[in-house]
Ligand binder design. Structure first.
Ligand SMILES: C[S@@+](CC[C@H](N)C(=O)[O-])C[C@H]1O[C@@H](n2cnc3c(N)ncnc32)[C@H](O)[C@@H]1O
Length: 505
């Protein structure tokens, strides 16, 4: 280990800890991100810290990945990752439609707030507000829009982007797990937030005993994972939610997600909570360690395992764990909320009336800005909606003071769920055209459109959409790299835009 002049580590005590995994990765002690963690290690009696502390400093420390704004979310493959908010205008727009419905269910009050937590680059807020401007100008005027974010350096980026919406927004720099808000009439929304909360990881030692994972740097300067006894909070959580841990599993225990759910449930007076994230209703399947996301140059320069990036590139990569929605729902129900709908992301979006939203957007092309028209076209062209239906994204809408029926779109459940999987609006699409799906492993599906209905909807059944289930292994085989509609070139798209009265250059 290269000795840092200001911080030296005490020899590690053995009291009750066992080495779980030597990572083989030397801690880069010259890096300020690492030094921040070393200071914590030094302060602890044992020279080891619970995994959550490591994750917290890596993401939200002074030099952390989110707090210092290193994260970049966009469709561009050189950035870290893409979220539904940045992938498609329809995502935020559909949530916007839901916000209108909740407002109406409450009797269209003057006092109505949206609290968006963890806004990232601001894509969801932008589409949501642009959509509400079209759908309900009255609500657009009345709505109080608040963004709570712990990414200090992300807030100026959000501010700049969202100034174009023309809506005054209130920013709160802080954690959604410690919300300084009460008596909210309105909607709490988040996409990919609780997966970013620092988690503990429950593991078994060689004797099969349950414990939790601690992180340290051993005497040779290597990041090392240790088995240690569970804290009472972790152990209570494991018992209460009947968490199962196999021999080589690392199971994420997201104590903060439960706290987050309790706080927002208490802060909500009347309205709804909408949460989308990776995960499942219950313990996510085959959960083995948290994952990391990184920029292209990191991925390229590293042939190692994804789970080691968090040690190799401390503070430069995302760290995330799938969310157990069952825990969120139990906490919500204990705090007076009801479940209006819970399910896969695509199903929830459909229950919120996504296909109607798409129709409205298409028929309102002329009222959208040119930038948004391109965004909508791009979403269709790249089949943005298809991606929104992936099975490992989960979501729910919880309510208080309004009926479940009043916040869901009006058509029957079966009809909605069935339609989502097979129908997409494509302006200018025609029978005989092709939908192309490129899979990551180089395979390609070409699906011929058999029929197009009078609303311009086409019917496709790509096999990944029909067959894939929530499973990490399967996802790596089935996940399409790119899915797009073959417009037969840009000229066709331009022709379509001209036909509906848009001047395209
Ligand atoms: C994965 S990004 C998702 C961004 C955005 N919702 C989207 O869909 O693109 C996580 C976001 O949550 C924020 N965040 C993480 N922990 C938070 C917390 N405890 N309270 C508030 N925001 C948090 C991060 O700064 C970031 O903006």
């Amino acid at each position: 280990m290269t000795k840092d002049r200001s911080i030296t580590l005490e020899p590690i005590q053995s009291n009750g800890f066992e080495v779980l995994r030597k990572t083989g990765i030397a801690a880069d002690t010259n890096k300020p991100e690492v030094q921040e963690i070393m200071a914590l290690l030094k302060r602890s009696d044992t020279g080891k810290i619970p995994f959550s502390k490591f994750m917290e400093k890596s993401l939200y420390g002074q030099f952390g990945y989110y707090s210092s704004g290193k994260v970049e979310i966009s469709l561009d493959k050189t950035t870290d990752f893409i979220t539904a908010s940045e992938r498609s205008f329809f995502f935020g727009a559909t949530i916007g439609d839901e916000v209108v419905r909740v407002w109406e269910a409450l009797g269209s009050p003057d006092d109505f707030s949206v609290v968006e937590m963890g806004a990232g680059e601001g894509g969801m807020s932008e589409s949501l507000l642009e959509y509400i401007k079209i759908k309900s100008p009255e609500l657009f005027e009345k709505i109080r829009y608040n963004i709570v974010d712990l990414g200090k350096e992300l807030i100026p980026r959000q501010r700049e982007r969202l100034s174009k919406t023309g809506k005054q927004i209130q920013w709160v720099y802080g954690s959604a797990t410690e919300l300084p808000i009460a008596n909210v009439n309105g909607v709490f929304i988040s996409n990919e937030l609780p997966d970013a909360f620092p988690v503990e990881q429950v593991v078994r030692n060689d004797k099969g005993e349950l414990g939790q994972m601690f992180v340290g740097i051993d005497e040779s300067g290597e990041w090392t994972e240790y088995w240690g006894e569970m804290t009472s909070e972790v152990s209570e959580y494991v018992n209460k939610y009947e968490i199962k841990v196999g021999h080589n599993d690392y199971v994420a225990i997201n104590l903060l997600a439960a706290k987050f759910q309790e706080n927002i449930s208490k802060a909500l007076n009347q309205g709804a909570v909408i949460t989308f994230d990776y995960g499942a209703l219950g313990q996510p399947e085959k959960e083995s360690d948290v994952r990391s996301y990184a920029k292209a140059h990191i991925k390229k320069g590293d042939s190692g395992r994804n789970i080691d990036w968090k040690y190799k590139f401390v503070g430069d990569v995302d760290i995330t764990a799938d969310v157990n929605f069952k825990v969120l729902e139990d906490v919500a129900m204990d705090n007076g909320l009801s479940i209006a709908f819970t399910g896969q992301q695509g199903d929830l979006l459909q229950m919120m009336g996504m296909d109607e939203v798409m129709r409205l957007i298409v028929s309102n092309y002329k009222e959208l800005s040119w930038k948004n028209i391109l965004k909508v076209s791009k979403s269709m062209e790249t089949f943005g909606m298809f991606h929104l239906g992936f099975y490992d994204f989960y979501g729910h809408i919880l309510t208080k003071g309004v009926s479940s029926e009043s916040v869901l779109s009006s058509r029957s459940r079966d009809e909605r769920l069935l339609k989502f999987k097979i129908k997409f609006p494509i302006p200018g699409g025609k029978a005989g055209d092709t939908v192309i799906i490129d899979y990551k492993r180089g395979e390609r599906d070409e699906v011929e459109i058999e029929e197009i209905d009078e609303n311009g909807m086409i019917e496709v059944k790509p096999h990944a959409l029909v067959d894939s289930k929530f499973s990490r292994d399967k996802r790596s085989i089935d996940e399409p790299d790119q899915v797009y509609y073959d417009f037969k070139g840009k000229d066709d798209l331009m022709k379509v835009l001209q036909e509906i009265g848009i001047k395209a250059d």
